[in-house]
Write a protein that binds this ligand. Structure first.
Ligand SMILES: [Zn+2]
Length: 76
């Protein structure tokens, strides 16, 4: 089990740092529609900035217990 630090974005594998930069560059009203996909299960994910307990990573928009990537507990 591990946390996701890469995702698929328009067919390309990108890092969470890149995804955060993409999201930052997007207009505010467009951010929720950015199509980041889990590279394991293909479900929608969103980038999460580093917190006290873990580095930057992706979380599933809807938790997916079947996926090899786990969603760490939220820091907030
Ligand atoms: Zn997944």
């Amino acid at each position: 089990m591990s946390i996701a630090t890469q995702c698929k974005f328009f067919g390309h594998i990108i890092t969470v740092e890149k995804a955060l930069a993409v999201r930052k560059a997007a207009p505010a009203n467009n951010r929720s529609s950015l199509a980041f996909e889990c590279i394991k299960c293909g479900k929608a994910v969103r980038p999460h900035v580093a917190g006290d307990r873990c580095k930057a990573h992706f979380v599933h928009l809807h938790r997916n217990p079947e996926c090899q990537y786990i969603d760490p507990p939220r820091d907030f």
